[in-house]
Design a protein around this ligand. Structure first.
Ligand SMILES: [Mn+2]
Length: 388
């Protein structure tokens, strides 16, 4: 920042000196004064572009700068802009949608669409509605009638139609833009007007923060900064997983705008039932070489979240490279897998018909027989070890 101010002062000094020379010479030799004036203009233009590029480069890569340009163009020609995340929206999905909504709503007709019945981001949604009185979060049926051929749909935190929050909206809107950080899947959306998918980014919120900065927004309200930081913290497991220098730059910008980490920590807090279930799962863990395997046969509203959290926490065991938690889901067995990245759990889950990231993956087995599921899992792990 200091360097930036010093450079600005030097440039202003040169420009002032040039202007002075220009005026001084104009009396004696108009030609010299014209030449100086032309040099001055060229100098100013050059530095303007240099600064614009270098400041952009600091916050994002050139692909994102280009994408933001396309985004702006689409925004200008859109009648209504819908922003939507994925099914069972989490803090990253809702945080990214809200961050973008917040940055765009003054200029454009923007609507944030979230399935409020099926969400894992209830604390964040409640916080947004309580803190930001102008914030309206719509269900699909509330906005379905407003869609026309000039509508634009921005989808954050997923690029797979099957897990979009409202598939109906995606099918209805012609112009679609994707902003995501997941590894490209086979069922990638076919028709988009622009997309930015970067699997090395920690979270959709990190990318949205960069876009907001590229759009020239210098100041964010605390509520938007907090929403965005909550997504970064969730997807990085409090700045442990998938972080890069860009992640911390985005986080620094959000903290500068008074994002509140304590409030986010409270959003992560769990009910006593989930907590009990989580430790029940963890206490039954068995180790297969460096792989932790645990399970729960209970199927209720706590299962999903307790399973995911147990899988995360099992990585904290000494010597464990990857963790797997089995749980029932209707008439199937779900497996949640986690690792720190040394083991590619996506490859193991892919052997069982699943997918995900290197560090977070899952699969669903067409059986409710836990013994069979366990055998299949161990077989996949063995195959993975052999191939490695
Ligand atoms: Mn995410």
């Amino acid at each position: 920042m200091k360097r930036f101010i010093v450079t600005k002062c030097i440039i202003s000094g040169i420009l002032a000196l040039g202007l002075f020379l220009c005026l001084a010479f104009s009396k004696y030799n108009p030609l010299v004064s014209i030449v100086i004036a032309i040099c001055l203009i060229a100098f100013a233009v050059l530095f303007f572009f240099f600064f614009k590029l270098s400041s952009g480069k600091n916050i994002a890569d050139f692909r994102l700068i280009r994408f933001t340009g396309k985004l702006k163009k689409q925004l200008k020609s859109a009648s209504t802009v819908y922003i939507m995340g994925h099914k069972f929206s989490d803090l990253d999905s809702v945080g990214a949608a809200y961050g973008l909504y917040f940055a765009l709503r003054k200029t454009y007709n923007v609507k944030m669409v979230v399935n409020k019945q099926n969400t894992l981001a209830r604390p964040l949604i409640d916080f947004l509605r309580f803190t930001d009185k102008d914030c309206e979060i719509f269900d699909y049926n509330e906005i379905a009638h407003t869609v026309d051929e000039n509508s634009l749909l921005i989808i954050v935190d997923t690029h797979r139609p099957v897990i979009m929050d409202y598939l109906e909206l995606y099918e209805e809107v012609q112009n679609v833009i994707i902003i995501d950080h997941h590894r490209k899947a086979n069922d990638f959306v076919d028709q988009t007007v622009a997309n930015y998918i970067k699997s090395s980014a920690s979270s959709a919120c990190e990318i949205v923060t960069q876009i907001i900065r590229l759009l020239g927004v210098q100041k964010l309200a605390t509520v938007a900064a907090t929403a965005l930081l909550s997504g970064v913290m969730l997807d990085t497991k409090n700045f442990v997983m998938n972080t890069s220098a860009q992640t911390f730059k985005a986080a620094a910008f959000l903290r500068q705008n008074r994002a509140d980490p304590v409030l986010i920590k409270k959003m992560f807090s769990e009910s006593v039932d989930v907590c009990k279930r989580k430790y029940e799962i963890i206490s039954g863990v068995e180790l297969f070489e460096n792989f932790a395997i645990a399970q729960t046969k209970n199927q209720d509203k706590f299962t999903r979240i307790a399973t995911a959290q147990a899988a995360d926490e099992l990585l904290g065991i000494n010597g464990v490279f990857a963790s797997f938690v089995l749980c029932p889901c209707e008439d199937k067995v779900n497996i949640s897998a986690r690792s720190f990245g040394d083991v590619d759990v996506q490859k193991i889950m892919a052997k069982l018909g699943g997918g995900g990231h290197k560090t977070v993956a899952a699969c669903q087995l067409e059986t409710l027989d836990f013994e069979k599921a366990r055998t299949l899992l161990i077989k996949a792990i063995k195959e993975y070890i052999e191939q490695k």
